[in-house]
Design a protein around this ligand. Structure first.
Ligand code: NAP
Length: 266
């Protein structure tokens, strides 16, 4: 049995993950943290009745008491780095879905995990379809170097752009290199109207609306044609097979890896 704790268990993703882990035959749900809902039995959040796992506030205290093998983190950008470091320092493998970590922080986490020999996963997107979208995009850019990304999420998402759009742009730039696209004379009449531009020259546009979950279009333009690769997560269940895969794989890793693709294709 893999002993699993969840950080952010009271949140939207946290509840879905709680249900998934609770129903997994090879996992034991042993703890939960959140800054909200202290003392609430997580079973009541997933319509499972009382299961004896209560939400608490202090991750380190939970780790010292319950000794989980894996901590799933779906919290907020301001909390995730500290949570990961707490895990690594106690030999607990983090499986992280929270977005907003900078590339520098991710590299630092990977280096620390390697020196401690503790496995883990940081995945900007746990949906298998989104991983395929990135893979197909890195193939398409060999033929269509002109590309822009539109990412669309529910209006309660706090950070922009999404971690998935950044990872997609990085994957594309790895394949394409730097490339100046668009008119050299371009200017904006409204600040930000052309989106944010990443080093490497790819623009990302972020849409936030109620009714959306997590969606992304990668649009390629060529002579007389465009190609759009689109992925839609219509429910949060879409992320759960990836989360389960991550939990099962990290127990065999000796450092943190970045991207579910590393576990699917490497
Ligand atoms: P959410 O509903 O706001 O849930 C986050 C929860 O974490 C909230 O209850 C929050 O409480 C709590 N929290 C804040 N600080 C904490 C701490 N130090 N320890 C424990 N809990 C803490 O957000 P969500 O929609 O579930 O999304 C969570 C994260 O996952 C976001 O970064 C989102 O972008 C990401 N995400 C990733 C994927 C993926 O596939 N990788 C998919 C969907 C979402 P407060 O409200 O009091 O701060």
């Amino acid at each position: 049995m893999i002993r699993v704790a969840i950080a952010g268990a009271y949140g939207r993703m946290g509840r879905e993950v709680t249900k998934t882990v609770w129903n997994a035959d090879d996992m034991e749900l042993i703890g939960a943290t959140d800054s909200k809902g202290e003392g609430v039995d997580v079973g009541s959040l997933i319509e499972a009745g009382e299961i004896g796992v209560l939400i608490e506030k202090d991750l380190e205290e939970l780790i010292l008491r319950t000794r989980p093998d894996v901590l799933i983190d779906f919290t907020i950008p301001q909390a995730v780095y500290r949570n990961i470091m707490t895990c690594l320092n106690h030999g607990v493998r983090p499986v992280v879905g929270t977005s907003g970590l900078s590339q520098e922080k991710i590299q630092e986490i990977i280096d620390v995990s390697q020196s401690l020999g503790v496995g883990g996963l940081i995945a900007p997107n746990f949906a298998i379809g989104a991983i395929l979208m990135m893979k197909f995009a890195s193939e398409a850019v060999r033929h269509f170097p002109h590309v822009e990304i539109i990412e669309l999420h529910h209006d309660q998402k706090v950070d922009a752009p999404s971690g998935t759009s950044i990872k997609t742009a990085e994957t594309i730039i790895e394949q394409r290199g730097d490339f100046e696209q668009g008119s050299v004379n371009e200017f904006e009449n409204i600040t930000g109207v052309r989106g944010g531009k990443l080093t490497g020259g790819i623009r990302i546009h972020s849409v936030r609306l109620p009714g959306l979950v997590a969606h992304q279009e990668v649009i390629f333009g060529g002579l007389g044609q465009t190609l759009t690769i689109r992925h839609d997560s219509t429910t949060r269940e879409s992320f759960m097979p990836g989360v389960l895969l991550g939990i099962r794989k990290v127990v065999h890793l000796e450092r943190v890896v970045y991207g579910l693709d590393k576990l699917l294709f490497d």
